[in-house]
Design a protein. Sequence first.
Length: 288
Amino acid sequence: MIFSMTGYAAASQETPQGSFSIEIRSVNNRYLDILFRLPDEFRRQETVMRELLTTQLSRGKVECRLNFSPSASTVNLQQLDDALLEKLLQLEQAIKTRHPAAASLTVPEILKWPGMLGSNHTNFEEFDEIGMMLLQAALDDLKAARIREGNKLKSILLNRIQQMRQLLQMASPRIPTLIAAFEEKLHTRLEEIISNNEDERIHQEITLFAGKIDVDEELSRLQAHLDEVERILNKGGCVGKRLDFMMQELHREANTIGSKSVDLEITRISMELKVIIEQMREQVQNIE
């Protein structure tokens, strides 16, 4: 299987304590980069959550957002921490004494103050269990989405490989034809200006010309590289970095073919090869 680095997944659960929901988004990235956006109730679990993602993902920029909305019954059970409230109001008054222009605390700000609502009725162990369960569920969906996207990328890349093979089949027979045409042209030219030794001179010129335009080696390497790319795709796994390296090798050979070309058709084939390789490189950048 091929894994894309692009994916999205979500999971949610309703409990007597409230509503839990989690979202995971991932895009391509050179390394694994994980960002958490967690409410205070789950901040203590960030390390464990990070370890879970790290063991199951290898590359990509991943954003994990978890939300918790307490139920009305839970909120009603909570009581203000009077001592904390009194301390907060004293601090507010001290600040206003020094900075009269400072804004007053609002009721929502006071209620959201850490520890302001008593947590005696909050079962943090149950919160942790729900959070990890939702994270694993969303992670399973994310991996499934990345596999589906990876299979699409694999199909596209294999199709690109076939296009390149067809271009290479068009290019190979043209080299002997070009050499034969040059030989005929050279015979005609030199017959007018050289003596009986023209055969040796012609042979030297033909050999020099053939060496300059010979791209058999590049064509053979391209075929070998395409075989390797196909093998990597069929083997599957986390192959994004290897495929990216192979794209560089493919581009190098296609570029050399273009630089050696003395034929418009070979030049056109070289350009088409480079366009396809660039398209493949863009797709490979999304593979884990």
